[in-house]
Design a protein around this ligand. Structure first.
Ligand SMILES: Nc1ncnc2c1ncn2[C@@H]1O[C@H](COP(=O)(O)OP(=O)(O)OP(=O)(O)O)[C@@H](O)[C@H]1O
Length: 324
């Protein structure tokens, strides 16, 4: 499915204590105001694309997801899914939509997991043999077979999220909105979820918008990153292009004997961290003279020399610091 946001603004009305007046008056009186969660967002996600949606807390990611799901309407601008208004056509969209978010359970809290799945089969009117095939595959891949008889409320966070993901995928949605699908999960749960999502992209390629703070997940699943800051998009491009933004810099990390004096480094390198046994220098790619490395490797007081490219996380941090 194709998602399109055009000049989307979304504000929330809030009531808060006034900034002036006595303590009691501030406690009792409330003035209303507005929080601008989205300030003119233009975004297009094409059929089968997988987009990692990243941003700091309060940047506007969940608000975007709710608009696409038709739960909220924009204050101004236009949101469409396959050319239709997702709010007006919520019923029709729900048959094609999978939406996973911490605050939005698709399973029934008091029912055993398997009963919730059976209810979902009926809600989505999934043909029993097809349901069984999808169900068995997902339950197996997400490793929740042992928990099918357990009421959802008794599951750990990791198992509940795995179980929710099965529930989200049973009707094979064409549009998948995942709001922080791996938050708070251990490495096994995270890997199981990432594996299933990667397979899904290969098999049925739904359109995927995934909000996440965890760049490892985004890198594992998506090929495009959209970055939002204070309600405005500040980056939209391929992950590789984003990585290349910081790709011109390398860090030379030298592990050496305590207090060892290193040979002077030439021109453009900037000194980075220095402890008694580790010294780092940042330099532009291609500007480190080969002779220097030979000298360092030959130095008996130098234990190890590494050249590191910046991680995606470092590049993104740099973008925030530069005001993107
Ligand atoms: N129901 C609401 N009422 C009032 N303000 C809200 C409401 N929902 C969100 N906001 C505000 O809108 C802004 C964007 O919130 P949103 O939840 O979309 O951000 P987010 O990027 O998903 O954040 P996080 O990473 O913390 O989940 C924030 O300033 C938030 O406080």
């Amino acid at each position: 499915m194709r998602v399109h946001l055009e000049s989307v603004h979304r504000s929330y009305r809030v009531r808060r204590a006034p900034e002036t007046g006595g303590r009691l008056a501030r406690l009792l009186r409330r003035v209303s105001g507005e929080v601008e969660a989205l300030r003119g967002v233009d975004l297009q996600v094409d059929e089968g694309e997988a987009v990692g949606y990243i941003g700091l807390n309060g940047a506007g990611k969940s608000t975007t997801m709710k608009l696409v799901a038709g739960i909220l309407t924009p204050t101004s601008g236009r949101v469409t899914v396959d050319g239709r208004d997702p709010h007006k056509e919520r019923r029709r969209l729900s048959a094609e939509l999978g939406y996973l978010a911490a605050q939005r359970a698709s399973l029934w809290w008091d029912l055993p997991v398997k009963d919730s799945y059976e209810l979902l089969r009926r809600v989505y009117d999934i043909e029993p043999a097809l349901f069984r095939r999808r169900h068995d595959r997902l339950v197996d891949r997400l490793g929740i077979g042992r928990h099918l008889g357990t009421p959802v409320r008794e599951l750990s966070l990791g198992n509940r999220t795995r179980a929710e993901l099965v529930g989200t995928l049973l009707h094979a949605p064409r549009l998948l909105l995942l709001d922080e699908p791996t938050i708070g999960l251990d490495i096994f749960a995270r890997e199981a979820i990432c594996d299933v999502l990667r397979d899904l992209r290969q098999d049925t390629a739904p359109t995927l918008l995934m909000a996440s703070h965890d760049l490892r997940d985004v890198e594992a699943i998506c090929d495009r990153i959209v970055m939002i800051d204070g309600g405005r998009l500040v980056y939209d491009g391929k992950i590789d292009e984003l990585r290349a933004l910081g790709g011109g810099r390398r860090t030379l990390v030298i592990h050496h004997a305590p207090g060892h004096r290193l040979p002077p480094l030439p021109g453009p390198a900037r000194s980075g961290e220095r402890t008694s046994t580790v010294t780092t220098y940042v330099f532009a790619q291609g500007e480190l003279p080969g002779g220097l490395l030979t000298e360092l490797f030959a130095d008996p007081q130098v234990d190890d020399v590494q050249i590191e490219a910046p991680s995606l996380e470092t590049v993104i941090k740099g973008l925030y610091l530069e005001g993107a």
